[in-house]
Design a protein around this ligand. Structure first.
Ligand SMILES: Cc1ncc(COP(=O)(O)O)c(C=O)c1O
Length: 472
């Protein structure tokens, strides 16, 4: 149809929520995650730890956009950095240089040099999955191999290559054959040990089992004559995010890294969700005293403002000789707004002692969650945390069998916005994760106060009592 004959569409502003809902149902793709909640929720405003709906009801957010807005909604310092850049250099093709991009890359590379004792470089992109794709290119290019290990319960994104190394078959089922599907290895999920061992005396049985794969050539991973593995890298999350904030025992990653080093397999550390102090350290992997070969990051680096992601790799893997100009590219990679906010965020992280504050708030929160678990043993089977990455595993009366239905009910009720606490009507934003979709993965704002943590626990208790009255 020619433009002369096509009708002009009505673009007047629509404020009626019912009308917006009807338009959404008809014109928006349902292929994203909006319809995980029925009916989906509209929000109007955000500040600090709170989202506000169209009626002005506050919702205490314990999830902060899957940890992308760790520094609080409307963080003034980061918003100002965005505004300054908007007024100075709002757009620039990624092909050209601007100072913030260079300073940011140098800051991350230098930080990693001091942390891991290795020189390296940074390559930027926009979303987490895209950075994962870039890291796969770096690995393939440097090693000439495309097979990788990844964890059961691991999540690395939803683009095609990221889906191929993400454990859930549900994310791949509709999209044909994935020739480069990772080999998935059990994660040390000790509350539900995949080998039915007990953490106290398992002797890291899971690492032993992984190492056995390299015993002979007939185990299919390793050619002892050539001293070479068919697998180039192991993609790991230091703490599983979507998998349910599962925290491995402290000795796990050092032992795994040794096996990888012995077989010349790279460790790629996906810090997209846990990086930037979520687990109490700049990189979550620092908690385990392991130096990865590649680090992938995104989310909180810009506090959810103009997105930016990236990959840091050891110099040998990413030097201009190995990864020359044009090896990969994206129009919006290293965009001026994202790099300016990210640089300010890194400065803010240097100036503030997030390590101490996140760890002490996390300890306070976890103590309260353990108390909640003690009071409701027929509802909560496990609680754990590292920094402000906390988990609550909802189980049946026996405290072990996953209770997905109750988890979903609590989540839905929290989003209704009709809880009552301290004279206010409010809601609670939770996110559900875990292998059995029975885990609340909590990633509260770093500025959350002890009073707000108390409030969060009060609201959680109300939800438990409302949704499972027969088990309290
Ligand atoms: C550990 C991890 N890796 C990768 C991704 C994908 O990032 P994005 O959603 O920005 O593509 C996510 C997103 O949740 C994540 O948590």
């Amino acid at each position: 149809m020619s433009t002369e004959t096509s009708e002009l569409v009505n673009l007047t502003r629509i404020s009626d929520e019912q009308e917006l809902r009807e338009l959404e149902r008809k014109y928006c793709s349902w292929g994203d995650t909006v319809h995980y909640l029925e009916p989906p929720k509209f929000f109007d405003r955000a500040e600090g730890s709170y989202l506000y709906d169209r009626e002005g009801t506050p919702y205490l957010d314990l999830q902060m956009w899957y940890s992308a807005a760790s520094f609080g909604y409307g963080n003034q310092r980061l918003n100002d950095a965005l505004t300054r850049q908007l007024n100075k250099l709002p757009q620039l093709a990624s092909q050209y240089l601007h100072p913030e991009r260079v300073e940011l890359a140098a800051a991350i590379a230098r930080l990693n040099e001091s942390k891991f004792g290795m020189e390296g470089r940074v390559h930027f992109n926009v979303g987490g999955s895209q950075a994962i794709e870039d890291s796969l290119k770096i690995v393939r290019n440097a090693t000439g191999k495309n097979l990788v290990f990844a964890f059961m319960g691991g999540y690395h994104g939803r683009t095609l290559a990221a889906s191929a190394i993400t454990s859930s078959y549900r994310y791949r089922r509709r999209y044909g054959h994935f020739a480069d599907r990772a080999h998935f290895v059990p994660f040390p999920y000790c509350f539900r040990c995949p080998y039915d061992k007990k953490r106290e005396d398992c002797g890291l049985y899971c690492v032993q089992q992984f190492e056995k794969n390299f015993e002979t050539e007939y185990n299919s991973f390793w050619d002892p004559k050539a001293g070479e593995s068919e697998f180039s890298a192991f993609y790991v999350e230091p703490i599983q995010g979507t998998g349910g904030y599962v925290i491995p025992p402290p000795e796990y990653f050092p032992a795994l890294k040794k096996v990888l080093d012995d077989h010349k397999i790279l460790m790629v550390d996906d810090e997209i969700q846990m990086g930037f102090y979520r687990a109490g350290k700049f990189w979550a992997m620092e908690n385990f005293d392991v130096a990865p070969d590649i680090v992938v990051f995104g989310k909180a680096l810009t506090n959810g403002l103009n997105p930016l992601s990236g990959v840091w790799a050891r110099e040998e893997l990413i030097s201009p000789e190995t990864f020359p100009p044009g090896s990969t590219h994206s129009t919006f990679a290293s965009n001026t707004l994202g790099t300016a906010v990210a640089l300010e965020a890194v400065r803010m992280m240097q100036e503030n002692d997030y390590e101490t504050s996140v760890q002490s708030k996390g300890t306070y929160f976890l103590t309260q969650l353990k108390e909640l678990q003690r009071r409701y043993p027929k509802v909560i089977g496990d609680t754990d945390g590292m920094g402000l990455a906390l988990r609550i595993e909802i189980c049946r009366e026996d405290g072990y069998e996953p209770d997905r239905e109750l988890t979903d009910k609590i989540f839905q009720e929290g989003m209704k916005g009709d809880l009552s606490a301290r004279g206010r009507t409010m809601g609670l934003v939770l996110d559900v994760g875990g292998y059995y979709k029975n885990v609340f993965t909590l990633s509260p704002c770093f500025d959350i106060t002890e009073e707000e943590i108390d409030l969060a626990v009060e609201l959680l208790e109300q939800l438990i009592r409302r949704c499972a009255p027969e088990r309290v």
